[in-house]
Design a protein around this ligand. Structure first.
Ligand code: GTP
Ligand code: MG
Length: 207
């Protein structure tokens, strides 16, 4: 797949304020600072598209980006779809009430957004399985929302450590899930995993 154009559309404070649900939509979620905004930029080949930051808690709203893609560069038959950058969970420095607001906003969006085609759940590949990530995935499964795992920042750790952490994570998941989801390994710095993720989106756009 070739991305022809990626445009920031709107930041919405709630599910109700999101743009018309007339295109396939792919959302990125995960712990604060895991690399959601960076991954969106990497997929779109545009470092300035989604705002990234060294300090967690940068993304606060539901951010829609409209993407126009073609199968190969030079082709004319465009497909339009949405990428959505969501605020992260597990940000320590927020109050109970902000946390509840976040949970409500995210649950509403995930459960009610009818064009939501797939959720990419990002997990930091440098760490052993974290309860917060496993709990979030369990909720997604309970709500019957289709999702895929993305193990991020693979350039920051030895490949053996990344492989071990992924193996442990999938083993943990297997204790609660009947089916294991598909997973990808990415580095936004080295552009690892880009083609595979775009191929999956392309397949889902066709279905
Ligand atoms: P919030 O919006 O705060 O929830 O964070 P986020 O998940 O959108 O993370 P963001 O993309 O802003 O990245 C957080 C930090 O990690 C930034 O300093 C990025 O440059 C860095 N980062 C993200 N992905 C990678 C990666 O694949 N490799 C490396 N080395 N750094 C990364
Ligand atoms: Mg972000």
């Amino acid at each position: 797949m070739h991305i022809k154009k990626a445009t920031y559309l709107i930041s919405s404070p709630s599910f109700e304020k999101c743009p018309a649900s007339d295109k396939a939509e792919y959302a990125f979620i995960g712990r604060s600072n895991v690399g959601k905004s960076s991954l969106i930029n990497m997929l779109c080949n545009n470092d300035k598209l989604a705002k990234t930051s060294n300090s967690p808690g940068k993304t606060q709203m539901i951010n829609h980006f409209e993407i126009a893609s073609v199968l190969k560069a030079g082709e004319f038959n465009e497909t339009k779809w949405y990428l959505v950058d969501l605020p992260g969970y597990g940000f320590a420095k927020i109050s109970q009430s902000s946390r509840r607001r976040w949970e409500q906003m995210i649950e509403n969006y995930l459960r009610k957004r009818e064009n939501l085609t797939n959720v990419f759940v990002l997990i930091d590949s440098r760490h052993t399985p974290q309860k917060l990530d496993l709990d979030f995935i369990q909720k997604l499964a309970l709500w019957q929302i289709p999702f895929t795992l993305v193990f991020t920042k693979s350039d920051k750790e030895k490949q053996s450590v990344v492989s071990k952490n992924i193996k442990l994570f999938l083993e943990k998941l297997r204790t609660t899930q009947q089916f294991l989801p598909q997973h990808f390994i990415t580095s936004s710095v080295k552009k690892t995993g880009r083609t595979k993720i775009l191929d999956l989106i392309n397949e889902m756009n066709i279905d």
